[in-house]
Ligand binder design. Structure first.
Ligand code: ACO
Ligand code: ZN
Length: 164
């Protein structure tokens, strides 16, 4: 299933053959890396919500999700819910600010809701990562809490979440 968009890129579900390119993008764009088996496991289990963006005949962005069962981050009383978790999203630098990140998020969140019946979506983000925080706010996420020293280099994370 492909969605043609006006701005010269295409979104489609990721396949196994894409994993090496996804790893390449991850290494170029983020300090948090994962082994091949981690990508494969997420691809096999959550394929419907795992998207890549293509432009100029190459993969230029990805969103790797997971579905979890746990306490709601958004309700005032304790309730177990199915939650979509954005494990990692990235777009190659020359392809940023064209709406690709936002489209990847929208596609994946739609699948979390429709295919997996998730009620909420959440993620962690470095408190200094202004582009990403802005993107999530633009999509309706709010900051739920701060996780101190969440990252290996000691930086704090915001947990951000949104009702689906
Ligand atoms: N400065 C401020 N706001 C920004 C910026 C920026 N540099 N980039 C994006 N935004 C915000 C804006 O609100 C923008 O809307 P606008 O264009 O109408 O102003 C909105 O995000 C949507 O922007 P997109 O063009 O869709 O985002 P893009 O394709 O550039 O991707 C991303 C955003 C994924 C955060 C990209 O900057 C990136 O790959 N960064 C490096 C990797 C990264 O930090 N990933 C997120 C880590 S957290 C996690 O994975 C859960
Ligand atoms: Zn996470």
């Amino acid at each position: 299933m492909e969605t043609k968009l006006e701005k010269g890129y295409t979104l489609r579900r990721a396949t196994k053959e894409d994993i090496s390119q996804i790893i390449n993008i991850n290494i170029q764009t983020l300090p948090e890396h994962y082994p091949y088996i981690f990508y494969l496991d997420h691809l096999e289990n959550y394929n419907k919500a795992f998207y890549v963006a293509e432009a100029d005949g190459q993969i230029v962005g990805y969103i790797m999700p997971r579905i979890e069962w746990g306490l709601s981050l958004l309700r005032s009383f304790p309730k177990f819910v199915r939650k979509g978790h954005v494990v990692s999203i990235a777009v190659l630098e020359p392809f940023r600010k064209r709406g690709i990140g936002k489209s990847l998020m929208e596609k994946s969140m739609n699948s979390m809701k429709e295919d997996f019946k998730a009620e909420e979506v959440y993620l962690e983000v470095r408190i200094s990562n202004e582009p990403a925080i802005n993107l999530y706010k633009k999509l309706g996420f709010s900051i739920i809490k701060t996780l101190s020293y969440y990252y290996a280099d000691g930086e704090d994370a915001y947990v951000m979440a949104k009702r689906l």
